[in-house]
Design a protein around this ligand. Sequence first.
Ligand code: ADP
Ligand code: MG
Length: 454
Amino acid sequence: MTKEELWKAVLGEMETSLSKANFTTWFKNTSIVASETDSIVVSVPNGFIKEWLENKFNKQILTSIQHLVPEIREVRYTIGNNNPFLNAKKDFSQFVPDKLADQKQSGEVNPQTNLNKKYSFDSFVVGSHNELAHAATLAVSKGPGKVYNPLFLYGGVGLGKTHLLQSTGNKVLEDDPTKKILYIPSERLTQEIVESVRNKSVEDLKHRYAKIDVLIIDDIQFIAGKEKTQEIIFSTFNELYGKNKQIILSSDRPPKAIPALEERLRSRFEGGMIADVSLPDYETRLAILKMKSKQKNFELDENVYSYIATNIQKNIRELEGALNRVIAVSQIYNKSLDLKEVKKLLVTYLSTPYKKTTPQLILKSVSDFYGISLQDLVKRSRKKEVVRPRQIAMYLLREETKSSFPEIGQKLGGRDHSTVIHAYEKVKTEEESDEATKQELVLIKERIYQSMDK
Ligand code: ADP
Ligand code: MG
């Protein structure tokens, strides 16, 4: 199968699962430009699309490729030189390239530290939602290893964690260029560890990490259930901590809520300062938009800012994406857009659904996981093999959707709320005391989150 054939097949599969507008937006002018035995590189028209494919569609694309070439483990995206400006249509609802994001994307990443200079405290807007996290990272950047160690940031996707971590690294390095800094997402660290185990070079790896002054691990939640990774992080942590070297971590949830995390690591993570970032309020969203457009030397109408700030609430990355899009179009047409045009332009953007767990998704994931039918799970079936899956489903419905106990009972064959409470308590106790149950829940949750990405 050639690269072209493979990509065509993938596109065919993607097309069936997306609306036409969405499909065109994200997959137009994409192609496979390189392939190795276990990875392929997909060329995309610009940074905006690159980010979306990476964040929203990567799993689906990878799964689709694996249907045809099971060896492929990784898809990377690169910005190609097929100039999408040439294809810009007069229709505003068509995808419009994000020239500015392209420039930003090319912001240099230092291969030694993995730091990207585009992130700084100067370009970070402080609001009540991130005040503590900002103050803590700033303090750490001024006295690494001296104030809070470790520093643990947590909060939802696109809310500025990486920005703060990277800014901290950049600031330390700016003040003292001799400092050894490493920023690394935990998935990459895991990969390195797996490779070092394979190459029998674990000691080298440990030795390298022991020399770092500021170790920044982003999205640490992904080490859940990865024993070897946890073991090495634990020993590195102790080594660095013992020498007053700074450790900074981020996660989408607090240490307590990371499943399948060894107790000894959890208590280490909780041993310093924990700061959260939550959702920005309207004023802060407005301030972020204004600052970003100022950085781009571009001003929009007040009611356009307010429209974007009103409609995008949960994710600063998306806020920025919408702004970039409006600016790019304004530049192409060389005029400022009025509110009506902006609304039209952002239609596809705003209608892209947010990730959301639904009871259906949970029930489906549970029945898939245990290999039983959805019918058996939700009906009053008395089959013995569905009792436990049903209890697990009850527990997850409560934890993940915050449904009330009576509601959950309704969904699962009209059961009494006391039955649900009993199941919930039982599974909760097991999750805390029994390693196997804990693992089971992690795996089911992974399924749920993965299907959310689709
Ligand atoms: P996270 O790591 O929490 O998922 P990021 O740090 O990647 O989020 O932030 C997403 C985008 O939003 C980045 O481009 C970042 O620069 C921007 N951003 C987030 N918070 C702020 C802020 N308070 N001020 C300016 N830009 C921000
Ligand atoms: Mg991040």
